[in-house]
Design a protein around this ligand. Structure first.
Ligand SMILES: *Cc1c(COP(=O)(O)O)cnc(C)c1O
Length: 388
């Protein structure tokens, strides 16, 4: 029996384990000095002025929306080809969600569609307050164009870079927020690096950073320079907003710091593996295409999404089931969010975002993670070849 190959998997080294154990034996377990150190490392890698570590990317998206004052009667736009969290964050704030269709060869937010939708929304007085482009597979969206539109139409941008730490766009690290207000990362085990569960938001705005920091811990600040009252006694902390407990623990942060030491190696390895898949597919002339990566970006390669060509699309379920039977943990990233039962109950219908639906109909994610061997990759592509 061959071993099961998941579509993604964490890579934990002995150094990672040692780093966690060291914190477990220290006096700080929850948010403490390691969380600040982790935030410093993230800041320096992505070249942003502020980083706020939290317990998931979902929490990061939530506090990011609140920091940008997204509230009832306001609108957030994201893409249907994403994990549900990119849209749910708007609903947590009582705001509305709508979707922008995607490009057929990347699955990324289509900027032409965005511009058309903005023009139409302006006439109806229904412009979004926040737009959330999603860097699917670790490949950055066209942020220059989206940023230009944000200036023209007056919306804020949260990059959902859950897949993309370690990637870059026109030489700028994803997370630098050069073309956005806030950028969000996930450290769930299937993502690029992990802290077990975890996430972070980066920004260059002190105001947004302070607000997100308060919101991750009940809306409380302990920093006297931020107090609203004058001459407070020494025991005072102030609750200034309604926040949550979204804190990351110090042992998770220690794991994150250790994992980030191998980030550039990790990204190189992932890119090599993607290249090898491309080579096998082209050498064997298979009717499959891996999603396109624009030349101005370095993808972090969280996922290898293959698009089935032509009449093969109709056989997706068959191919998927046979691959699973062979212990190949294929997946679909993603079923369009607006087709989820919950979103259908909110009034979304099939056919509303045709390019996203067409993209989603013909995709399968094949295994890609740092420890995948060449033999594993040959096994995956050969299994598909046999099925054809
Ligand atoms: C994984 C993921 C999230 C949520 O991340 P968590 O850390 O699990 O909350 C959000 N958006 C996208 C695009 C993701 O892939």
């Amino acid at each position: 029996m061959s071993t099961f190959l998941p579509y993604g998997r964490q890579y934990i080294t002995d150094e990672d384990v040692d780093a966690v154990v060291k914190v477990l034996k220290s006096s700080f377990l929850t948010q403490g000095p390691k969380v600040s150190e982790f935030e410093d490392v993230i800041r320096s890698i992505v070249q942003a002025q502020h980083a706020i570590a939290v317990n998931s990317a979902t929490s990061a998206l939530h506090v990011a929306c609140l920091a940008l004052d997204l509230g009832p009667k306001e609108i957030l736009w994201t893409t249907p080809i994403t994990f549900v969290a990119s849209a749910n964050c708007a609903l947590y704030c009582g705001a509305e969600v709508d979707f922008v269709d995607v490009e057929p060869d990347t699955g990324l937010m289509c900027t032409i569609c965005l511009e058309e939708k903005l023009k139409a929304a302006k006439k109806l007085n229904k412009l979004p307050k926040v737009v959330v482009p999603v860097h699917l597979t670790g490949t950055s969206c066209d942020m220059k164009k989206i940023y230009q539109l944000s200036v023209e139409y007056g919306f804020s941008i949260i990059e959902d870079a859950s897949h993309a730490i370690g990637g870059s766009y026109y030489g700028e690290p994803v997370g630098s927020c050069k073309y956005s207000h806030i950028c969000v990362f996930s450290f769930h085990p299937v993502k690029i690096i992990t802290t077990g569960e975890g996430g972070a938001a980066t920004t260059n705005s002190v105001k947004l950073a302070d607000k997100m920091r308060r919101l991750r811990s009940h809306g409380i600040t302990k920093d006297p320079s931020q107090f609203l009252q004058t001459d407070p006694p020494p025991w005072v902390y102030e609750q200034q907003d309604l926040g949550f407990n979204y804190r990351m623990t110090d042992f998770q942060a220690a794991l994150g710091i250790s994992q980030l030491r191998q980030l550039s190696e990790n990204i190189k390895t992932r890119n090599k593996k993607l290249f090898f898949y491309r080579k096998l597919i082209s050498d064997w002339q298979l009717p499959l295409t891996l999603t396109k990566i624009p030349s101005n970006t370095v993808s972090a390669v969280h996922l290898a999404i293959v698009q089935l060509q032509g009449n093969l699309k109709a056989k997706r379920r068959f191919i998927f089931e046979r691959l699973r039977e062979q212990q190949i943990g294929v997946q679909v990233h993603y079923m369009p969010v607006h087709l989820q039962p919950y979103y259908q109950q909110q009034g979304f219908v099939a056919g509303q975002y045709p390019k996203a639906e067409e993209f989603a109909d013909g995709i399968i994610s094949i295994p890609l993670f740092p420890q995948l061997s060449d033999q594993d990759q040959i096994r995956v592509v050969n299994a598909i070849k046999q099925l054809l």
